[in-house]
Design a protein around this ligand. Structure first.
Ligand SMILES: Nc1ncnc2c1ncn2[C@@H]1O[C@H](COP(=O)(O)OP(=O)(O)O)[C@@H](O)[C@H]1O
Ligand SMILES: [Mg+2]
Length: 330
């Protein structure tokens, strides 16, 4: 059984001035019939250009936003049916880490208290510290787990660096004993050298604690480092999903190929070879093209692409799962 399963999720945003008179073109269809599943101790990376709906999807999964339709199964339960106390209980198992650690932390809290807060909320519950003395031990244990110098415990967020604060956010998330961490561009705001330290830390937590990650990024170098499996998103849909190795070695969807092609190549000998870029702009989410949503920019489009909508399906190699949504593979 999967840890998390999303089935046919949809979300539209109404951008009309008066929702009573809203027309179809006043609605941004940001998440479009999206399905995916995540196993225990797996890192699934969701990659796609800015504006394709990644953050909205994360907010639907965590129920920060309500979806218009679809199903979410988490830990074997209908997550959308959960109410108040039951929802709070299950939400502990699903923690979120955001791009900007400064805005995720309370500026009035010392680092110690930021990490202690979830422990205090869950005090004396099964598996959590029973009193302040045990909470103190646990805070320092968590700080050591995320490789934070214990002297930082008495500092405030503004006295720490971005990388240190992001580690505080990670320690806070781990304190609730999650099964799943949803990390939305969690390293994008950090300096490149610090990015790698934080990414390594998350990989370690996945391996040592068996936590699953839904990791959202637009950065292919990050995908390469952290992913077990990759889902490529375009205009609110998943267009291709495969293991990391398979996706990088054998990309199938023309959009995935374009993404991989557009990534900077560090080797100067091949940097100047002919590079391929996509034509045109990403269509607006209130005017998603008919047929395949990507056909307006696709270098391999043919007649049927503007009429027939492809569905995400497995290519049928028995040895591996590699799903693609493209009429080339019909
Ligand atoms: N609350 C909102 N109201 C209206 N439009 C929104 C809202 N949140 C996001 N959007 C729009 O939805 C689209 C997808 O946004 P987002 O999920 O943040 O994309 P990503 O994280 O992939 O960059 C964008 O066009 C964005 O402007
Ligand atoms: Mg985003």
């Amino acid at each position: 059984m999967a840890l998390l399963e999303l089935k046919n999720l949809n979300k539209k945003f109404d951008i009309s001035a008066n929702s009573f008179f809203a027309k179809e073109e006043d609605k941004l269809h940001v998440v479009n019939d999206l399905s995916l599943s995540l196993e225990e101790a797996e890192c699934l990376v969701l990659v796609g250009e800015s504006g394709c709906g990644k953050s909205t999807l994360a907010k639907l999964v965590t129920r920060i936003l309500d979806c218009d339709s679809g199903e979410i199964q988490f830990l074997g339960e209908d997550f959308l049916a959960l109410k108040s106390s039951k929802l709070r209980e299950k939400r502990k198992a699903m923690q979120m880490i955001f791009q900007n650690p400064f805005s995720s932390l309370d500026p009035r809290f010392k680092i110690f208290d930021s990490i202690a807060e979830p422990l205090r909320i869950n005090k004396a519950q099964e598996g959590f510290p029973k009193n302040e003395a045990e909470i103190k031990d646990k805070v320092y244990e968590l700080m050591s787990l995320v490789e934070l110098d214990p002297v930082l415990a008495t500092k405030f967020p503004h006295q720490c660096s971005g990388g240190q604060n992001q580690r505080v956010c990670i320690a806070r998330a781990i304190a609730s004993k999650p099964k799943l961490i949803i990390a939305d561009e969690a390293v994008s705001a950090l300096d490149v050298s610090v990015q790698w330290v934080v990414l390594k830390l998350m990989k370690k937590l996945k391996e040592e604690l068996g936590i699953s990650f839904l990791f959202i990024t637009h950065d292919l170098a990050v995908v390469k480092f952290i992913a077990d499996r990759v889902a490529v998103m375009y205009l609110g849909e998943i267009v291709e999903m495969a293991s990391k190795d398979d996706l990088f070695k054998n990309p199938k969807h023309p959009y995935t190929r374009a993404l991989l092609n557009a990534a900077p190549i560090p080797d100067p000998k091949i940097r100047d070879r002919e590079r391929f870029f996509l034509e045109g702009e990403i269509p607006k989410a209130n005017k998603i093209p008919a047929g395949c949503a990507f056909h307006t920019r696709c270098p391999e489009r043919f007649e049927a692409c503007s009429q027939e909508k492809p569905i995400l399906k497995d290519l049928g190699d028995e040895a591996k799962v590699h799903c693609v949504s493209c009429l080339l593979y019909k």
